[in-house]
Design a protein around this ligand. Structure first.
Ligand code: KG4
Ligand code: ZN
Length: 376
């Protein structure tokens, strides 16, 4: 049995968790998170130095709280895992410094985990305490605030980048469209909420007779046409681009400024935008399934919390019976320390005693990387 303490501070959540790994099952023994949403809301986005200051204030109580919930003492912890990157350097530094200090004082091995790897391994954490393993090859659609990537894994911790966004990440596009619509921070979930509300309340009106409506008629309840482009959907590769879509929304809103006070109009724009993003993500993922025939498809990163994306991918994967679709539990879709712990535990479990000892000098040498590719 292995026990691990995990720390995550790459952006605006201070998070710690204690996990246990036994007989192939990952169990969460205790976790604590402090969100900084209220702090950054007035600025409409995360302010790195404010985030760092808040992490400094919260890191000790958050680690203490995770340890207390788990009812473990430091002597029973085998290893410490911390997010090493990618992320905001001032924020990453706080988690790294806390983890290094604890590793030094407690004389524990310290593993630096890639944040995106954590998002992928969040798929192996289940409340049902099922055996945690992937069937390879695994295709991972990573969709977060900073990344949009399709990655192929032929084994644990081996990543082949099939393609990524050429400009904005999917989550970033959600956040920017939210800003254009004057919606409160954090924008992504708010755009998604309004999009879902619009779709559900207008569903019965969504008939093909609306197809020929012009974009200026978008505010009509239930209109069903493609107001916005599906960038690169038809190109024969696994690359994405969301900045053109964002600009299309911007121009559309400029033409329809007067309607921004109309809730139904805002809902329709959110819906049309979400459909464009989801169509693109689903289309490219399906292309990769056909080419690489993965046994498992996972979605990872904050945008994997998007309900429409989940249901559309689930429906698409039904056409590929040899591929199993896994998605993280909602609470582990967004940034958290449990996902860092899951990746850390599985990495640590595979090491020899000598390799574990070799992780101890990380207590003094580990340094965060703002741009740390998953494939390095
Ligand atoms: O993984 P994450 O928590 O942080 C990063 O690693 O970037 O992802 C945050 C991103 C933000 O852009 C946020 O707007 C987006 O995920 N997001 C969503 C939803 N929930 C979070 N985007 C669309 N629909 C959602 N339900
Ligand atoms: Zn993340």
């Amino acid at each position: 049995m292995l026990k691990l303490l995990a720390i995550e501070t790459s952006c605006d959540e201070t998070a710690a968790a204690v996990l246990q790994y036994e007989d192939g099952i990952i169990r969460v023994l205790g976790e604590a998170v402090s969100s900084q949403i209220a702090l950054h809301a007035p600025y409409g986005g995360v302010v790195p130095n404010l985030a760092a200051r808040e992490h400094v204030a919260n890191i000790v109580p958050i680690v203490e709280s995770a340890l207390t919930h788990a009812a473990v003492t430091p002597s029973t912890i085998d290893c410490i895992a911390v997010t090493q990157g990618p992320g905001l350097i001032p924020a990453l530094l706080i988690g790294a410094t806390a983890a290094k200090t604890l590793a030094l004082v407690w004389d524990k091995p310290l593993i630096g985990i890639n944040h995106l790897e954590g998002h992928i391994y969040a798929n192996l954490v289940s409340d049902k305490n099922q055996a945690a393993d992937f069937q390879f090859p695994v295709l991972a659609l990573i969709v977060s605030g900073g990344h949009t990537q399709l990655v192929l894994m032929r084994d644990h911790f081996q990543y082949e980048l099939l393609g990524e966004t050429e400009d904005d990440a999917a989550g970033e596009a959600f956040d920017k469209v939210a800003k254009m619509l004057g919606l409160p921070y954090p924008g992504g979930p708010e755009v998604a909420r309004r999009a879902d509300e619009f779709r559900n309340s207008n569903f019965k009106f969504q008939v093909s007779s609306f197809k020929n409506k012009s974009p200026s008629e978008l505010q009509a309840p239930g209109s069903k046409f493609q107001a916005f482009p599906r960038p690169m959907l038809d190109s024969d590769n696994y690359r994405f681009s969301f900045s053109g879509l964002k600009t299309a929304v911007l121009y559309f809103l400029k033409k329809n400024e007067a309607k921004l006070s109309d809730e139904t109009f805002v809902g329709a724009v959110c819906h049309e935008f979400q459909e464009a993003v989801v169509d693109t993500l689903v289309g490219k993922t399906e292309r990769a399934i056909q080419a690489f025939q993965p046994k498992t498809l996972v979605i990872a990163g904050g945008v994997s919390a998007n309900k429409r994306l989940r249901e559309r991918i689930e429906a698409m994967v039904e056409h590929y019976p040899d591929c199993t679709f896994r998605m993280p539990e909602f609470k582990y879709s967004l940034d958290n320390a449990v996902m860092i712990g899951a990746a850390g535990l599985l990495r640590y479990a595979r090491l020899s005693e000598t390799e574990r000892e070799q992780l101890k000098p990380n207590a003094t040498t580990l340094e965060p990387h703002a741009h740390w590719p998953l494939t390095s």
